[in-house]
Each structure stands twice: as C-alpha cells, then as structure tokens.
Design a protein around this ligand. Sequence first.
Ligand code: SF4
Ligand code: SF4
Length: 439
Amino acid sequence: MRGTLGRPATLGHGRVGRACSALAASRPRRGALAVRASASAPQRSSLIPDTLQGLEEDAEYKEYLAALAASGQQAQTREERRKRQRSLDALGAPDFIATCKANGVAPLRRDPARILQLNIGLYCNQACSHCHVESSPLRKAEQASRATVDRVLSLLRAERAKPGGGGVATLDITGGAPELNENFRYLVEQASPLGVEIIDRCNLTVLLEPGQEDTVAFLAKHKVRVLASLPCYSEGNVDAQRGRGVFDRSIAALKALNAAGYGVPGSGLTLDLIYNPGGAFLAPSQAKLEPAYRSELGSVYGISFSSLLALNNMPIKRFADWLLRNGKMEEYMGLLVNAFNPSAGAALMCRDTVSIRWDGVLYDCDFNQQMDLAMTAGIQTQSVNSQSSGDEVPSGSSRPLTIWDIEDLDTLTSRPIRYDNHCYGCTAGSGSSCQGAVA
Ligand code: SF4
Ligand code: SF4
C-alpha cells in the first residue's frame, strides 16, 4: 500500500526513456560544455583542472569561494547547512516518524550492524551537480587519518573475532573519491584478510588520474566490489550532471575494469553501476532500467557490468541548492512525501548500517552525516523535527558519539535512529539506499 500523505505529487515516477535521455537541457550545467566524441582508450591527464574551471564558472561556487575566504570553511559549511534545513522545515512536510507509524512501519530502531560504511574523505576530482556530500578538489582538509582508519579496522576485527564472525559482512568505503585518500589502500589491504565484502564507491574517472594507473589491478587483487556512478548511458546527460569530459573518461575506465575481469560473468569480480535521476523525479524501476543500460553500453561500447542500482536524489546539499534555485524544492518534497512506500520504510539501510565520518563521528547513514545528525551520547523524548511525534530519539544537543567511544558495535543496537524530512528520499517509490532500490 502506498502512502497518501502530504500534498499531491506534481511529478510522476520517472520512466526509463525520460530517466536517461531528454533531461540534459533542464539540468544545471557548469558553463558551456563541449560534447566530445567517446574515448576508446584511457586518458591520463588529470580531470581536476576541468573540474576547477567548471566550479569557477558556477555562480554559486564563486559565492562559496568568496565566503570561504572571508569566514573560514567550517563556518560557511554550517551556515549553508542551516539555510538548507530551514528551507526543508519551512515546507511543512508531515513528520517522518509519524508518517512511518501511520503506515504501519515498525519502530525505527537500529538492528545489529551488518554494514560498516566509512566516508574516508570529501576530496574528489569531480564536483557533480547532484553531489550529496558536496565533494570537489577544494575539499582537501576533510580526510580520514591513519588513526581513524586503524580504529575502524580495530572495530571490524573485534566484530569478526566473535563466534560465527559477527554480524558485519561488509566494509563500504565511500567519499569523495576514496581512492585519492592516502590511507585507502592500507584500509583495503588490512580489511581484505578479515573475510568481509569490501566495497569501493568509485566515480570511474579517478581510475584515470595520474598516479592511479594500477588502481584497477589493486582492486582486482583484493576482489573489491566496485560500485561505479554512471547516471546515464548518454554523454550529454552524464557530462551535464558530472562535469565536462566525465562520460569519455567513465567509458574508458569501464573498459579498463572489464579488461581486468570486472563485470565479466564468471570472473568473481563485481562491477555494479549506479543510476540517479538527472532532475526532480524519482528513480525508475531498477529492473526496467538495467536492460536498457546493458543494451546501450554493450552494443555501443562493448561494456558489460554485473547489476544496476537505482537511487533517488536526496533533497540535501548540492541537489537541494539546485531544487531551490529552480523553484522545485516544494514540488520535489511533495513528490517524495506522496510516494511514501511502507515496504521501503521497513527496509531502510539505516537499520543495519553504521556510517562513520572521516574524523570518526558515528551516524545512522551517509545522508545524516551530511545533515550533521550524529549519533549522540544522550537520548531525549521528542522528535528532531519541529512536529514532535513523542518518540524517543537521540538528543541533538548531546556530544556526538565517535568510534573511540565504543568498543563493540553491538552497543549501538536498539538505539533510536535520527530522522528528518530528507528521509522521505529513502521511502519514495521503490525506496532508495546505498544498495539501490529496497522495495
Ligand atoms: S557525486 Fe561522487 S564523483 Fe561526484 S563530486 Fe560527489 S563524491 Fe565526487
Ligand atoms: S536518510 Fe533517513 S531514512 Fe534514509 S537511511 Fe538515513 S536515516 Fe534512514
């Protein structure tokens, strides 16, 4: 049963053709983009100069850089966060926890951890218009240190030493571009013997950056599962969302991954692609979109992959800015609220994921990381949203919990999860998680 809450939806679910073909013109573009012919061989010059030029041409980023120079990075980041949160709150969306309850979704508390997700740092060679972590080549400061990585490994080892190997089966490494963190390879090498699935959330173009020539071989050696962003099989759409030249390089990187066995049946090397919408609409059916990707990438470029994961865009950070600039925030939130799917609510990834920021602060998910909704030492009895549901939730005023505060991931089990308006992005339509659709 679908929820019937909130204002009427003004946009329907994205259809496959619409999802990945004709939306480039309505998407934010970074300057005048020259559409290039598809590359057939890896390029080795850095993408970063193009990315920085794209940022320079973006009016919002000019404002951002000016504010950085005037007030310091951290202060500006907090102010941006407050501005966006006020925008979401002002829309008056129904309280998320109340909506879950009204639709029969069980109390939202943490289950035993199954996935340990580390956001290893925000530095990236790209600066995508939809990026929910606002990564770019400018984010050099926020990087996981060796101490953070060692503590994550120690928690993982403690978990694996439990009878039966514990509950954590996956180490999910995200960023930024994780491969550009100086501790990335150390983390993979140390985690590899622990027998967990290791995921690298790869933007593809990073594999062609100078100094990354052997990254594909490194990933293959450790049987790392590659989750690669490719929001469309069309060059214009990908470059519009992810920056000029990204499609060419992504295709070259996919070919290099295929050549190493990634995405090739029987190789044991998994290459999953990630789709996200190029506008204010929901991800279409994963099952319907995957054959279109397979056919286009296979017939035009000879590329194979394991599976396609379809994710909704969350109304936070750069995508929130785009919604606000284009007057679509209310429309998009209405779409998310009205498309509430109880089945997705029952399978939210925050139930069994522990999300860790580069500096060791603990969150229920990567989106909460970006909203600064940390797990906290204290518990209080009110909603984080202005419309109190009377539920017990972590206190926003308490000190954030970090990886150094806990010895055992089991101590996080049964904690109430922190929710707010952005959570509707996870329960809309087929649902959305770091592993794709959930319902
Ligand atoms: S979406 Fe991914 S590739 Fe794009 S800027 Fe963000 S972290 Fe980098
Ligand atoms: S955004 Fe909200 S619903 Fe989605 S995973 Fe995070 S806490 Fe859960």
